[in-house]
Design a protein. Sequence first.
Length: 236
Amino acid sequence: MKIMRTYDILEYVKKKKRCTVAELMKKFNASSATIHRDIATLVSRDALERVRGGVVFTDAPVAKPGAADYQDRVISNRAAKDRIAEKALSQVAEGDILFLDSSTTVLSFALRLKREPFEHLTILTNSVSIIQNFRKFPQHWGLIGLGGNFDPKLNSIIGQSAIDQLSAFNITKAFISAFGVDEKTATTNHERQAELLRSVLDTSEKRYLLVDRTKFGRKGLYRLSSRGAFDSIITD
């Protein structure tokens, strides 16, 4: 999947600091044309910088103004999302049944979580990216993907059939994100996503909101929950 390959390229260059095109072609088993297209995407979003023969990582990729598509959101605010992921790890315990939403902030958490040495962990999700990437997670972990309607803008599964499935599960902890958080509420701009996440929060024993500092003080159209309903708000 192009989105995940682009994300993996960004993470690889971040670790290496500087890479040649030939090195990326070998690492990701991709053609020169494919790597050049992925590099162009990352450079256009200020995540990488071109240098002679390759690319270097830039520390502060920024989101472009306006409504960002899914791939924009995967790449933007990487450092903040990584800090949030590290903090959120302390809330996970052996044997947990986790709900992970389809936000890019929670995707960062999921990709960091997969390196942890838990023996028994089950992930329930509506995130297509997490489902597609689960082959890289420990083989003894469990994965349950909700079924329903696919939303390409959110890269997620939503709708009434997904909501109906939630009643069958005991979720110990839910990790979700939001478009905005003000003094009273967490909000989103997507009605069907809001419906699903409200059902998740009602079902879960504990609830965690993962949001970077840019989310505070702004408000989306649809209410997710009051701030006080979360056991913790985890931010950078």
